[in-house]
Design a protein around this ligand. Structure first.
Ligand code: RRO
Length: 314
């Protein structure tokens, strides 16, 4: 058995690393490159029912320790991604990938999930409850009653494996509250975290914001979000029922970062900002780096250390 293999919802992946939604996964060409890569799976750009152009540019900006973006859900529409994952499933039976959906209303999410339920698709769906960048549309993940309503209505009819992509939480009481809701549903996984939303980056030289949408407000990803991501992965791993796997996303640049996410409880990790900067070779590098760490420590599978972070109370 491959050292980096992982299992979620009874599906096995050869490698526990993959792209994060939105990064190099919007076109067929992007997705084909991920299929050919060392990544253990891919996730498609979050889809809306119809194609969207997204927000005006500049809408992404590189930072010394990460990135800020306000893309505004540019995507080719659900049909495009659903056709892609179904065709891929026919070509490569036995593999599982992630289809991300992010309706800007509950009605849109339900309509998309009805279409997926009725289709031949058998892979994972990642329901994005945390897009921070659509003007006038708050992040569902910060409205706990709304999360309850959405999941009640989804699980009324949806029977295929489904997970949710969450925003970062910043209070332990919020970990308790969101976990108490998520534990009521047959979720296959929870993905934590999306970007840290509605941050503001200022260029002191030009005395201007660095991205155009929403007056410069956007989501932060990359190195600077790692401690927040680890806190959320660990916070959820300690509170969710064991049937719900954790996908850890946020601040991964190297094998040590992957190792830390897994120690905090992640069964799979996703890489966003750094995959955007580095492209496909990233996955080979991370696999080598994580394998080296595991060999030095005498671990032969990620289950040997997953969730086993120690505290001073242990
Ligand atoms: O497209 C975006 O602006 C976007 C989305 Br949907 C998301 O979930 N997270 C993010 O940082 N950007």
């Amino acid at each position: 058995m491959n050292m980096l293999a992982t299992t979620i919802g009874g599906r096995t992946f050869n490698n526990c690393m993959m792209n994060a939604a939105g990064i190099r996964c919007q076109s067929k060409q992007d997705l084909d490159a991920l299929v050919q890569s060392d990544a253990g799976a891919y996730v498609t750009k979050s889809a809306t029912p119809q194609k969207r152009a997204g927000n005006p540019s500049p809408r992404m900006h590189t930072l010394p320790h990460g990135s800020i973006n306000s893309m505004g859900l540019p995507n080719n529409g659900l049909d495009y991604y659903l056709n892609y994952v179904i065709a891929d499933q026919q070509k490569r039976p036995g593999t599982t990938n992630f289809l991300s959906v992010a309706g800007t209303s509950l009605a849109d999410n339900l309509a998309m999930l009805h279409q997926i339920q009725a289709s031949e698709y058998t892979g994972f769906v990642e329901l994005n409850l945390s897009c921070p960048n659509v003007p006038g549309k708050p992040q569902v993940g910060y409205d706990f009653d709304r999360v309850h309503t959405v999941l009640d209505q989804v699980f009324d009819f949806y029977t295929k494996p489904l997970g949710v992509k969450l925003p970062p939480y910043f209070d332990l009481v919020h970990f308790d509250q969101i976990a108490a809701i998520l534990n009521q549903y047959p979720l296959t996984f929870v993905n934590s975290i999306n970007s840290i939303g509605n941050a503001l980056v200022v260029d002191p030289q030009s005395e201007q914001v660095v991205i155009r949408p929403k007056g410069g407000y956007g989501g932060i990803g990359g190195a600077s979000v790692k401690p927040t991501a680890l806190a959320n992965v660990r916070g959820l791993a300690l509170r969710l029922k064991p049937e719900i796997a954790i996908v850890g996303t946020g601040g991964i640049l190297n094998g040590v970062d992957v190792f830390e996410h897994i120690l905090c409880g992640a069964s799979m990790v996703q890489i966003g900002t750094q995959f955007g900067y580095e492209g496909i070779p990233l996955f080979d590098r991370l696999a080598t780096e994580l394998t080296d760490i595991m060999k030095k420590k005498g671990y032969t599978s990620i289950d040997d250390f997953r969730g086993k972070l120690k505290t001073f109370d242990d």
